[in-house]
Design a protein around this ligand. Structure first.
Ligand code: PHE
Length: 447
């Protein structure tokens, strides 16, 4: 077996993990979900979900990864509980499915960078979206996005992922801050902030049963939890790092980037009088593109915005490909380059139907957010909190200066609070799916 790679520095790990966390979820979905679900009222639920459920769950994934120093399937056997491997395996399957969809949307972003520079969508943003989101162009850009992802993962942990994210994360933050400042000068800024930041608890109250599972699902997705991605990234860590400190930094940066994205998106939309939070998957692209088409200097601002989105998407997609790659490389001792190429090609093929018809994206959203992520998180919580309890307790405190009280509270939190919260959202999420599928009548359940 070749020697296992590790991050060269603590900051390398943090950038890589932030890269995984900051993605389409932060910049594309988050502002629009917030808009659709009552603005600041949704924000409150989402922030609570990130803090109370996301953060402790992230530490749980870190614990499995760092203690075992193995891929998410091998990790369980390494820790002496091989019969739990399926939990990690389910996470790996989720990364494969997710990457297929993610790469299609990543391809759209490539089209929008070109479209901004050439002004191709300035006349008719809706028609442009239609022409690049499904069909031949979408297949080609999906291929291009996947090829870049493969290139980074094939180059390895240090030369590939660490190097790419060390460049992309600072670029994302600097550009978003600049765009946010520019956004504050737009005519629509005040109305945009108002919409974004003033809570409408009425919307929250009347949609509680669908908002809670989507806020929790979004919290898992945005922090890349329930995919075993964080198990993989933590498996390349040394033992002297503080997991709570690093996890805290990752959660805070990820949240700030999402909030910042709202400060860019809402002033833009309101400056052209667009109504946020309506329409399907394309609404964000069409709405933003219309805005870039109307404001002075829209070409430049558009390119910058979509470059930010591209970096965010790429730094996430590499973690999605790294996860199954690490599993196959370690289990079968195959060459990393070949595995990354073969897996990437297979996942590309799996994504082609979505590149031809975007309807499958809604299906993906429903199944992964409402079902797969909570199930994997639940299994991880039971494993970390009960099955592997003593080791988990020791591992979370290793390298940390927070002391035993933190470890104890965390362990009990993972034992009780996370499973209860996740089961609660699972029940709501499944109900939501059944209602959407027409199996249940919403009126009966919701009264
Ligand atoms: N966190 C990413 C986002 O918000 C999604 C993602 C999940 C990426 C899991 C990688 C792994 O877009």
């Amino acid at each position: 077996m070749p020697e296992r790679e590790t991050w060269t520095s603590r900051i390398g790990f943090i950038f890589a993990a932030v890269g995984s966390a900051v993605g389409l979820g932060n910049i594309w979905s988050f502002p629009f979900q917030t808009g659709a679900n009552g603005g600041a009222a949704f924000l409150v639920v989402y922030l609570l979900a990130v803090l109370l459920i996301g953060f402790p769950t992230m530490l749980g994934e870190f614990v499995i990864g760092r203690e075992s120093k193995r891929n998410p399937v091998g990790a369980f056997a390494e820790l002496g509980h091989g019969n739990w491997s399926a939990a990690g395996g389910l996470g790996v399957v989720t990364t494969v499915v997710t990457l297929a969809f993610y790469s299609v949307v990543g391809g759209w972003v490539l089209s929008y960078i070109v479209g901004s520079a050439t002004g191709a969508y300035f006349g008719d943003a809706g028609a442009f979206f239609g022409s690049v989101s499904a069909g031949q162009t979408a297949v080609l850009t999906h291929a291009a996005f996947m090829a870049i992802t493969i290139g980074v993962v094939a180059a390895g942990i240090e030369e590939g992922i660490e190097r790419a994210t060390k460049f992309m994360i600072p670029a994302i933050i600097v550009l978003l801050v600049a765009l946010g400042i520019w956004g504050s000068t737009l005519d629509g800024a005040a109305a945009g902030y108002e919409y974004y930041l003033s809570p409408d608890f009425g919307v929250l109250a009347s949609n509680f049963a669908s908002i809670v599972p989507s806020a929790v699902g979004q919290a898992f997705f945005t922090l890349s939890l329930g995919f075993s991605v964080m198990v993989v990234y933590a498996s390349y860590l040394g033992s002297d790092d503080s997991l709570p400190a690093d996890g805290g930094a990752i959660v805070v940066i990820n949240t700030l980037v999402a909030l910042l994205a709202g400060f860019v998106v809402f002033p833009l939309l309101f400056s052209i009088g667009a109504e946020p939070g309506t329409g399907g998957v394309g609404a964000a692209f069409v709405g933003l593109a219309s805005a870039f088409g109307e404001i002075p200097g829209g070409e430049i601002i558009g390119v910058l915005f979509f470059v930010v989105l591209l970096f965010a998407a790429l730094s996430s997609s590499i973690s999605l490909l790294e996860t199954p790659t690490s599993y196959i490389v370690e289990t079968y001792d195959f060459d990393r380059r070949r595995v990354a190429i073969a897996l990437g090609a297979g996942i590309f093929a799996f994504g082609v139907p979505t590149a031809l018809n975007t309807n499958t994206l809604g299906w993906y959203n429903d199944v992964v957010f409402n079902l797969l992520l909570p199930i994997v998180v639940l299994l991880f919580a039971i494993f970390v909190g009960w099955v592997n309890a003593d080791d988990s307790y020791a591992e979370v405190g290793r390298g940390s200066s927070l002391g035993d009280t933190f470890s104890t509270v965390w362990l009990w939190w993972v034992r009780i609070v996370i499973p209860v919260a996740v089961i609660f959202t699972l029940v709501l999420g499944v109900q939501d799916l059944l209602i959407k599928g027409g199996v249940l009548d919403a009126a009966i359940i919701l009264g």
